[in-house]
Design a protein around this ligand. Sequence first.
Ligand SMILES: Cc1ncc(COP(=O)(O)O)c(C=O)c1O
Length: 405
Amino acid sequence: MKSFPHPERIAALKPTAVNRVLEEVRSLQRDGKKLVSLMRGQPDSSTPGHIVEAAIAALGAGRTGYADNRGEPALREAVAEKLHRSHGLRYDPAEEILITDGATLGVYIALGALLSSGDEVIVPAPIYDAYEAVILLWGGVPRFVPGEIDQGRFSLDPRKLEAACTPKTRLLLLNSPWNPVGSVLAKTEIEHLADLAERFNLVIISDEIYDSLVYDGRRHLTPAALCRDRTVVVNSLSKTYAMTGWRVGYCAGPEPIIRSMFLLLQQSSRGPATFVQDAASAALQGDQTCVEYMRQEFQRRRDFVVAQLEGIDGVRTLVPEGGLFVMLDVRGLGRTSDEIRRFLLHDAGVVVLHGSAYGEAGEGMLRVSFAAGGDTLEQGVALLKAGLEKLSQTPSASPISPQPR
Ligand SMILES: Cc1ncc(COP(=O)(O)O)c(C=O)c1O
């Protein structure tokens, strides 16, 4: 076998949790096993019709050439309007907004534009597992600060965040609504974070991809409302408009940072397809009833999952305030989260993610997605419940199959 170069920076990367578990799932499915997946954060509805029609019309009109590398001007205007509508913030579409291929590229170029080798990034934990690799790739050092479960929700202790700051700390990477734990940072929490950023001269990268999915009358707040001059907002249309496969998102921030990010964007994707950007403008500027409809539907699904999983010995449900995931505190079952996940996969036939995939702070938790509804959710939750009940009745010293790797 020919040997190919394998640079150190690639050796530092590992596949995302979803991709790792998907490999196991596909191998079981090839052997004929029937599985129900409550794993992915992918809304199951199709993209609203008026957005699809806008893309078709754009294709028909020949909108297939290179897009403006910063993002099509009309879409940047639409993003500026959206940020004003949602937060009362004004951004200059010419210099303070960029259109990216989803939030993934937004986070990637924001970190790339801001990190020098050895710079430290404060990251609450457990957290979306696709941040760490990018920090490492750009030569940064992630400093994970574990959240704490307080009154049934994960929250951040300002003293711990402060204790994690060193002279090398440059960035604070936030995600609210917070994947995987479901907390929506409250005003006081955002105030503490903004104060920390001011005192330690940090830039905040704020991934707000679940901003439209907040429940029980809560509101999503952005740190940019408090410290606009040191915050890069990263967002995308993936979840809000059921557009995960369209690969379109946006960033807004201070002009000097956006200028650096634009340099990286030019050297990577140069932005989403032109007709996709036209569809994104239609999404942001059109009737927002579809967004509210989805929010209500996901709140119903969340309530269903929470109600079904109540009363299992050793299992506590953390009711999410936003996002697409319920966290189950399974420490009472006396096994690692990966052992439990594998038991549920092999024995109960249901796919969920182990909390430790989101860092050590997620150990003892399981992440259950309610992004898929209908029969998938009903069957998946029934299988999950049966599997967890079986485990809760099995002494924790007894082996369960399959054995941990
Ligand atoms: C917190 C978070 N950020 C970013 C992404 C990726 O977003 P996009 O599809 O816009 O690239 C996800 C996807 O699940 C996510 O959960």
